[in-house]
Design a protein around this ligand. Structure first.
Ligand code: HAM
Length: 460
């Protein structure tokens, strides 16, 4: 997991230290973005496998949308007054002056795709999932990045409280598989339909008008554009005011209340605990009815590990046919941090079986086909094909923590043999070249070989 880096300045004048490293490298990643190094890729791979498995079990198909879209797609759906659209989008013009934006979230693009590809003619509901990077120009801090990965899904074309419960059950099971469900708390709310929200927004405006001096600048803007967002404010004076603000429960329709009760009943039947949170409004304008988030039990709203909700009016905002939808997305970096805090260990398939060390050009000629055959038969093999002395090559093998080495020097080439060295106990044995692969496989054990047949149905 990358930690936030505040020293991003390039300093090309730095000199190398004694072992050739540059203390302050001339180029670093821009603020808020990070490399995913191999160790964290083990986490990414593990999460992807679980996510794909759970989605496949529930009939979801994978979709990828482009990294950028016309800016209008996000403006119309996420909402002009939201933080995402008003402050956090990476927007640029292409050479013909068209405004494009790196996608800050996935739902808008998927709805655009549903309309564009006539998915209303597919069997409904259309269930899609995605695993992709997203971009928001936020103030970087722990768990908040400018490029971050999300796993998300959308269920389009049907509205029913049971689908809302299923949209909560799926991430719940995924968090369970990931070993972090006990560290999370499900927050849930129903924000009603557009009519009741409009009435509520009016009541909130009436309440805050005359009290503007207690509001932060940001909250004053929210008061004009979307007063519901004031309830989400982290500004201390606003939070005090919020305690006596009109409650949404006074404005919500009976229909929405019944819908909410039905969702909660399904959750109870499924054994999923929840916290009712009337202040949960979410940071995107397209929601209606059910909204939910999974919070870290200790850090609360500051660390939402995933969130989603219903968005029955969104498709029409994008010019499509009336089509209900519900979906969810989780931040993969936040999930990884949560797994690490919870000491969840993930398997790695990267460990090597064999290191092939050689001496000289003649030996290399024998090494290359040998390494090829080892790999073909499922042995993870690395070779020192550079010019180092055998002793140095063995030191490298040690650092890679390989259990076995195959050594080929000039004598072995001449005699048609190779030495197999057990790196754990330090013993070695000379074997005929044609027996080397079988001998290595015998020692590693057939069940540990790494085979991959692209034609077999992938089970990950
Ligand atoms: P969101 O709440 O904006 O919802 O993002 C979902 C999750 O992405 C968050 O709970 C968090 O874990 C992660 N996340 C968001 N911003 C960042 C960031 N800057 N750095 C790291 N992680 C972040 C959506 O995006 C909706 N599209 C979810 C949805 C799908 N609703 C319906 N369908």
């Amino acid at each position: 997991m990358a930690t936030e880096d505040t020293t991003q300045q390039a300093n090309p004048s730095e000199e190398e230290d004694a072992i050739g490293r540059i203390p302050t490298p001339p180029f670093r990643t821009p603020k808020g973005v990070h490399d995913i190094l191999p160790h964290d890729h083990d986490f990414h791979t593990y999460i992807k496998k679980i996510v794909r498995h759970r989605c496949r079990q529930a009939g979801f198909k994978r979709i990828s949308t482009p990294t950028f879209e016309f800016t209008e797609v996000f403006k119309r759906s996420v909402g002009e007054a939201t933080d995402i659209v008003s402050k956090e989008m990476y927007t640029f013009e292409d050479k013909k002056g068209r405004s494009l934006t790196l996608k800050p979230e996935g739902t808008a693009s998927i709805c655009r795709s549903y309309i564009q590809h006539g998915m209303q003619d597919w069997p409904q509901p259309v269930e899609l999932f995605y695993i992709e990077p997203h971009y928001r120009y936020e103030r970087p801090q722990a768990g908040r990045y400018r490029q971050f990965w999300q796993f998300g899904f959308e269920v389009l074309g049907e509205a029913d409280a049971a689908l809302d419960a299923q949209a909560i059950l799926l991430p719940y099971r995924i968090y369970e598989d990931l070993g972090i469900v006990d560290t999370l708390k499900l927050q849930i709310n129903n924000i009603g339909d557009l009519d009741s929200r409009t009435q509520y927004a009016e009541a909130l405006r009436d309440y805050y008008y005359g009290k503007e001096r207690y509001l932060s600048d940001e909250d004053k803007i929210r008061l004009e554009k979307n007063p519901l967002r004031i309830l989400d404010s982290k500004h201390e004076d606003t939070m005090i005011l919020n305690q006596s603000a009109p409650r949404f429960s006074e404005f919500i329709s009976q229909e929405s209340k019944d819908y909410h009760d039905e969702v909660l009943e399904y959750l109870t039947d499924l054994g999923i605990e929840y916290t009712l949170n009337e202040n949960l409004v979410r940071g995107l304008d397209y929601y209606s009815q059910t909204v939910f988030e999974f919070w870290d039990q200790k850090k609360g709203a500051q660390n939402s590990v995933g969130g989603g909700g219903r968005y029955d009016g969104l498709m029409e905002l994008l010019g499509g046919p009336p089509t209900p939808g519900i979906g969810f997305a989780m931040g993969i970096e936040r999930v990884i941090a949560q797994m690490k805090r919870n000491k969840v260990r993930v398997p790695s398939k990267d460990n090597l079986h064999v290191f092939v060390a050689q001496l000289g050009r003649e030996a290399k000629k024998v090494c290359l086909p040998l390494m090829d055959e080892l790999r073909e038969r499922g042995v993870k093999t690395m070779g020192a094909l550079g010019k180092g002395a055998i002793r140095n090559q063995l030191t490298i093998a040690d650092r890679f923590k390989v259990p076995f080495c195959v050594l080929i020097g000039l004598t072995e080439v001449r005699e048609g043999t190779a030495i197999i060295r057990d790196m754990t106990v330090g013993t070695q044995k000379t074997v005929k070249m044609e027996k080397v692969v079988d001998e290595v496989i015998k020692r590693i054990g057939i069940k540990n070989l790494d085979y991959y047949n692209p034609k077999e149905p992938a089970n990950e």
